[in-house]
Design a protein around this ligand. Structure first.
Ligand SMILES: [Fe+2]
Length: 210
């Protein structure tokens, strides 16, 4: 069985998304560790619900980001997120009740999904977002605050768009950069999870690949 572990292959070169992915992998790893080390049921439940909460937050960020640039493969990408949401809904209660078969089914699914989704689907999304941002001289934090653009097909509309528009997709204030852990400047505090230096590092790592 594949182990859940973040590697540079999972990097998508958008600092904010990469920071969230590292958190996602870390929470999934914590859940896996709790299961394999036969932690008490309460600890396993806590790990799973921390993971599920981050999944919900992170997916809504990515979905907002895709909508804000009218990403053509939004529907396909969101379907992959829905698969995880459905599995969590279906298997979550069984895992919480101590069903070991459901737990190993979910872990196996998760290890493959996390790796395949971030290294292929999220990379494709990130490449499109970066190209859009270069071509339009904009960035996510400038678009945040502007209403998300309508999607080409109503079937693709995300159910929580209204909430997303109301609150904006990212927390308004944060004290420490999620990547380098340094205290952030006032400007960054108001703009996102990652400090400007880490954003720049991520952009130049991407440019080096061109
Ligand atoms: Fe995604």
């Amino acid at each position: 069985m594949r182990r859940i572990q973040w590697s540079s292959e999972n990097e998508v070169f958008i600092a904010q998304i990469d920071a969230e992915h590292r958190d996602l992998f870390q929470l999934a790893e914590g859940f896996e560790r709790a299961v394999t080390q036969h932690a008490p049921p309460l600890a396993i439940r806590e790990h799973l619900s921390a993971f599920a909460a981050h999944v919900a937050e992170h997916f809504s960020h990515e979905e907002w980001l895709m909508q804000s640039v009218e990403y053509p493969s939004y529907g396909w990408h969101k379907q992959q997120h829905e698969t995880v949401r459905r599995r969590l809904k279906l298997l979550g209660p069984l895992i919480e009740s101590g069903d070991s078969e459901a737990t190993s089914l979910f872990l196996e699914f998760l290890a493959n999904w996390l790796n395949d989704h971030t290294s292929v689907t999220d990379r494709m999304m990130a490449a499109y977002v970066r190209n859009y941002e270069r071509a339009h001289a904009t960035n996510a934090f400038e678009r945040w605050g502007a209403p998300a653009r309508p999607l080409p097909s109503p079937a693709n509309v995300h159910a929580t768009v209204a909430e997303t528009l109301e609150t904006g997709p990212f927390p308004k204030t944060i004290r420490f950069c999620r990547i380098c852990n340094r205290e952030t400047t006032h400007e960054i505090k108001a703009r996102g999870l990652v400090c400007q230096k880490c954003v720049e590092r991520s952009v130049s790592a991407d440019l080096d690949r061109d």
